[in-house]
Design a protein around this ligand. Structure first.
Ligand code: FMN
Ligand code: SF4
Length: 496
């Protein structure tokens, strides 16, 4: 069985790490002190670029290159740490902030020093209340120690750091929507270019990086680019904190060298599927990545290998589904999340997510036809690449992969749900779609494990209709649904 390679999560199990004294007892802030006194900012930028550190928030862009894009002027420049982490399946930033907030703060100070930035922000997901409290305390400690504020440790370098709590919208993780939200506006994506490095927060050049990306910075500056490149693969150097969830025995965060096999991650570290079950599919990079199948278990987990397999590593969140999970319902759950989180600014995403959810609902209630599956696929093709930001693609890519790879299961679901609808006594028919309160999926299959991708409670998608509200004319939604299925009107409570 493979071992973890812990750099970011080293000593994470020691609760003292969340405090300044604990962090310093393991050598924390020494690199920052040395950098501010003895190292030229240009050296840091070059070292970050040489290290090949790629962004850990999703896109995998070189962090050093991003820093080098910031203009060398005296204009106000900003750093925004993206701690929004709202994608289903992602929970690694939460652990990094909770267990080791000073590692992140030290990374922010060194990066800001390298780029000549004097105002920094951590934009944290609204629901991460406990982690925001921990960060608030850590920032306060750093100010008291003289590591933040004016003339830090007599170096002449100033930096203010503010922790800003979001209001709990997934779209605010998109970097330009995050900037709008920080400016106090509704978090809507901006048209790019201009990119944030040129025109970002308050119109100033802005460096936006993920929590895990910034947490790597002090280690690279302390040990050098070559040390960092000794981990991982040539195109994906370093370690990665991988969140593994769904139908596995030991879900959790595991820090590994990039390039270990998916089999080692899913079976070795996460313990494989629950007894008596087999894995059928998994998202390799969060709910927005096209799903892979067991045929891909032996691929290395790296940015390049996941892209070659037609998917992506994204933020490094593997969600596993086994044979107890209905893939059509998983697709519906995915579409539901993105429909709910779409900001509505552009048509392909606003209409496409809504339409896709409705069509998948028809699949799951047996109202669709196999031909509808072709239409669902072609609509996904028309969403991809045609949206203002990639939220639309984030639904279209996984849904398209599920329909294409599991077409037989979609067709079987349509046939079996339609058969059930026509042969069931109406009392039973009323149960179709009433699998559980708040379940928009209308789950009818037993055995969907809590916390699995098909379980509505496992995802932060909110505002799920309860199914209890009366429809037009006072008829209950259940009656309306039964009428749709039966193709005729059914008196409430008459049984037929
Ligand atoms: C809809 C959407 C949500 C996103 N959510 C996050 C997020 O929660 N955290 C994050 O770091 N990046 C998120 N991203 C990616 C950011 O736009 C950006 O690429 C990232 O913060 C850059 O940091 P990195 O280069 O260190 O990865 C999201 C992108 C999109 C399109
Ligand atoms: S793709 Fe969706 S979330 Fe992104 S701007 Fe368009 S409507 Fe908004």
């Amino acid at each position: 069985m493979i071992e973890e390679t812990r750099i970011l999560l080293r000593h994470a199990e020691d609760p003292k790490m969340a405090t300044l004294a604990g962090y310093e007892s393991y050598g924390g802030y020494e690199v920052m002190k040395k950098a501010l006194k003895e190292i030229e900012p240009e050296w840091i930028v070059n070292e970050l670029e040489d290290s090949g550190l790629r962004g850990r928030g999703g896109a995998g862009f070189s962090m050093g290159k991003k820093v080098s894009f910031l203009p060398h002027t005296n204009d106000a420049k900003y750093l925004c740490c993206n701690a929004d982490e709202s994608e289903p399946g992602a929970f690694k930033d939460r652990e990094l902030m909770q267990r080791n907030p000073h590692q992140l703060i030290e990374g922010i100070i060194i990066s800001s020093f390298a780029a000549g930035i004097v105002h920094a922000f951590i934009f944290i997901r609204g629901e991460y209340d406990d982690q925001a409290d921990i960060l608030d305390r850590a920032v306060e400690e750093a100010y008291e120690a003289g590591y933040l504020g004016q003339n830090i440790l007599g170096s002449g370098f100033n930096l203010d750091l503010v922790v800003h709590r979001g209001a709990g919208a997934y779209i605010c993780g998109e970097e330009t929507a995050l900037l709008d939200a920080l400016e106090g506006k509704r978090g809507n994506p901006r048209l790019k270019p201009p990119f944030p490095a040129v025109q970002g927060l308050y119109g100033g050049p802005t460096l936006i990086n993920n929590v895990e990306t910034l947490s790597n910075v002090s280690h690279i500056v302390a040990n050098g680019a070559d040390w960092f490149k000794s981990f991982g693969t040539e195109q994906s150097p370093g370690t990665k904190v991988v969140s593994i969830s769904g139908c596995v025995k030991r879900p959790g965060n595991y820090e590994v060298e990039l390039g270990v096999s998916l089999r080692d991650l899913i079976f070795g570290l996460a313990g494989g599927p629950l007894d008596g079950h087999e894995i059928t599919a998994f998202y390799p990079g969060g709910s927005s990545s096209p799903v892979l199948t067991p045929a891909e278990f032996d691929l290395p987990y790296s940015f390049e290998a996941m892209a070659e397999a037609g998917s992506m590593l994204g933020s490094g969140s593997i969600i596993v589904a086994d044979d107890s999970v209905s893939i059509p319902r998983m697709a519906l759950r995915t579409a539901h999340f993105y429909r709910h989180e779409s900001c509505g600014k552009c048509t392909p995403c606003r209409e496409g997510t809504n339409w896709t959810e409705k069509m998948l609902e028809r699949v799951c209630t047996g109202e669709a036809t196999p031909m509808d599956l072709d239409i669902i696929s072609s609509v996904q093709d028309n969403i991809m690449g045609h949206c203002l930001c990639v939220l639309g693609d984030a639904m279209a890519m996984p849904v398209s992969s599920m329909v294409n790879k599991f077409r037989d299961e979609f067709e079987e679901t349509i046939a079996s749900e339609a058969a059930k609808a026509w042969s069931m006594p109406v009392e039973e028919l009323a149960g179709v779609g009433a699998g559980s309160a708040g379940d928009p999926v209308g789950r009818t299959s037993p055995g969907v494990p809590p916390g699995s991708p098909a379980d509505p409670a496992s995802s932060p998608g909110r505002d799920v209709p309860s199914g209890d509200e009366p429809g037009p004319g006072g008829a209950s939604p259940e009656t309306l649904r039964r009428e749709r299925l039966a193709g005729r009107s059914i008196p409430d409570g008459s049984g037929g």
